[in-house]
Write a protein that binds this ligand. Sequence first.
Ligand SMILES: [Zn+2]
Length: 193
Amino acid sequence: MDFYKNIQKIKNMDDMLVLVNKNYILDENYIPNDLEEINHKYAKEEKLLRKTAKEHFEKLAEVASQYGYYIKIVSAYRSYNYQDNLYHYYVKDKGLIYADNCSARPGHSEHQTGLSFDVEGSNHDYNLFEESKEFKWMSKNAHKFGFIMRYPKGKEHITGFKYEPWHYRYVGIKVATLLYKQNLTLEEYKKKS
Ligand SMILES: [Zn+2]
């Protein structure tokens, strides 16, 4: 897979199964029209997701908390301009290779869809989410609420992104369960369907 080559513009940007990656780009002006603020119990500061994703996440976090797990969103919807600044900050600070390795170029970030988010667990550091007990719980249960771990280990050559145990994406319960059971990424699923 050649990343950031033969880039195609995404037509149906509001589709719940929209594929955004290093080969598919969102419009600079795209802002989902159903963004809602996540309950502050489950998000650090003001964080937005599309209505359906938000509702399902709040349900997940609520159930998790009943079992004694702490799951909080640290990053959710990010605008094109926000991503543009973030990416170019990394380029300026650490160079192009580093920036492309740890950040998406503007228009190529799934965070712009309002269907994706990063979480932290009870160790309060999303970078160390994998070491938290919440990581284990999320790995086994997120699909029941419609979420997939979007950038799994061993699929970097397909997703174009390094392993990110903290980054989740809403695709709906049916598709999430199927991807979970068959160990597929969204790229592989979209190719099949
Ligand atoms: Zn993320």
